[in-house]
Design a protein around this ligand. Structure first.
Ligand SMILES: Cc1ncc(COP(=O)(O)O)c(C=O)c1O
Length: 438
């Protein structure tokens, strides 16, 4: 794909050597709101959701897309997807809380817990969301708590570990015998039997194998394995599954050399396995669920940073910015690639090679290693691409740097959807014991 086409897919383009995102000049946003800032493009989120919904619905109409909110929990993002008709996947009670505020009704919320506490079980039961457990012992605790609360719950889902994982980094592979998630094939039938013995009548089943997957073969193999496990549970328990959830993991092209996931191939591959399996099992039109995070929001956001120091040495050049691992930890944590481009191309003939770095006091604070870009001047802005998933949501106030603002853009206008943090945020929940006050 041509570089300009690759950018256009992400609603980015250069006009007169100036970078526009969603039709707005990026330097105008940087000047108006200051930097660093996250800029979120509403139209792109809607485009990605609609494209995925369309290809899945072409294959099988009874489907739900659960947006995996851990990718980006900004309330505006949640509202956008709520208005599109999405459901959500939450992994904490905090995420459930935000989704309820954003207007998702409980039946659209699945809570995929991991090492869930009793307080979290209580919260999920009280809020009446769909609960997806990953160990049988959690079910016994849930039953006890439901009894205490006087809640008569009949619906349960379990997360299966199909042992076929995928993902761009070891930390992102969430299936296999050595990862903590899900219930292995040899234990899954017992988990459902336990639920039946305890009066549960409605069931879902779930897997999530990893993140950032662009190869269809990985989805194919894991879907085959997962559905063979679903079949086994069905044969041994006769459970009429209400939903079957194949998880998320759909990748996006972070590098200009990468092509986007072929959505039609993805959907026909996974859904043909799904459809033939449910027909073999004699299941009556169960809901097909999928729970992408990255695919829906990653490309919809860029971070704008300002170059403040260009340090050239005999061995290496450093392009110092006011970004860093506090606002985008993926490069440091997973060695992830984020494309970085100039907001204004001042001097096309003058390239610089070097590390694009942030302000954090760590040598690992490298946003882009050994990059070739048009040499910016100090005071120029750069755009870090594809930061809408696991960008802000994995950010921190490390080095006591308050968090940047989030700006939503739509139809040529911009809106502050999260105020920047302040010094007050750094101290507000702290208490100094009296004896230290002297
Ligand atoms: C249970 C679960 N579902 C879905 C996702 C979404 O993954 P992705 O953003 O790669 O689609 C995750 C991410 O870690 C997850 O843990």
């Amino acid at each position: 794909m041509e570089n300009s086409d690759w950018l256009k897919r992400k609603h980015l383009e250069y006009i007169n050597d100036q970078l526009y995102f969603g039709g707005i000049r990026t330097i105008d946003l940087a000047n108006q709101y200051g930097t660093p800032i996250y800029v979120i493009n509403e139209e792109l989120i809607r485009d990605r959701y609609r494209a995925l919904k369309e290809v899945i619905s072409m294959e099988y109409t009874n489907n739900r897309i659960h947006y995996s909110v851990k990718a980006n929990t900004n309330l505006a993002v949640l509202k956008i997807l709520e208005s599109e008709g999405a459901s959500v996947d939450c992994v904490s009670t905090g995420e459930i809380y935000l989704c309820l505020i954003a207007g998702f009704s409980p039946e659209r919320i699945i809570y995929t817990s991991n090492n869930i506490t009793n307080d979290e079980l209580r919260y999920a039961l009280e809020k009446n969301v769909i609960i997806n457990l990953d160990h049988g012992s959690q079910l016994l605790r849930l039953i006890k708590i439901a009894d205490e609360l006087g809640i008569n719950t009949k619906f349960i889902s379990f997360r299966v570990n199909p042992e076929i994982g995928g993902g761009y980094h070891d930390h992102c592979i969430t299936a296999g015998r050595h990862v903590k998630f899900g219930i292995l094939e040899e234990d899954i039938v017992d988990a459902y039997k336990l639920a039946i013995e305890n009066g549960f009548t409605n069931f879902g089943i779930h897997m999530h194998i990893g993140s950032g997957i662009l190869e269809i073969l990985t989805f194919k193999k894991s879907a085959e394995k997962f559905l063979s496990i679903v079949k086994k549970v069905r044969q041994e328990t006769n459970i009429p599954f209400d939903f079957i959830n194949v998880g998320g993991g759909l990748g996006i092209p972070y590098k200009p050399s990468e092509n986007p996931l072929n959505l039609i191939e993805f959907s026909t591959t996974v859904l043909s396995i799904f459809k033939s399996s449910i027909s073999d099992m004699g299941l009556d039109n169960p809901t097909f669920c999928i729970e992408p995070g990255r695919f829906l929001t990653a490309e919809a956001s860029i971070i704008l940073v300002e170059v403040n120091t260009i340090k050239k040495t005999k061995d290496k050049n450093f392009i110092g910015t006011n970004g860093g691992l506090n606002i985008l930890i993926r490069p440091t944590m997973y060695d992830s690639y984020h494309h970085i481009i100039n907001c204004i191309n001042k001097n096309r003939d003058k390239m610089i090679q070097g590390d694009i770095v942030g302000q954090i006091c760590e040598s690992g604070d490298v946003i882009g290693r050994d990059r070739n870009i048009i040499e910016p001047e100090e005071g120029d802005f750069l755009a870090i691409l594809d930061t809408g998933a696991y960008g802000f949501s994995m950010g921190s106030i490390y080095n006591s740097r308050p968090r940047p603002a989030e700006i939503l853009i739509n139809k040529g206008k911009s809106y502050v959807v999260r105020e920047p943090g302040s010094f007050y945020d750094l101290e507000r929940s702290q208490h100094i014991p009296d004896y230290l006050k002297k």
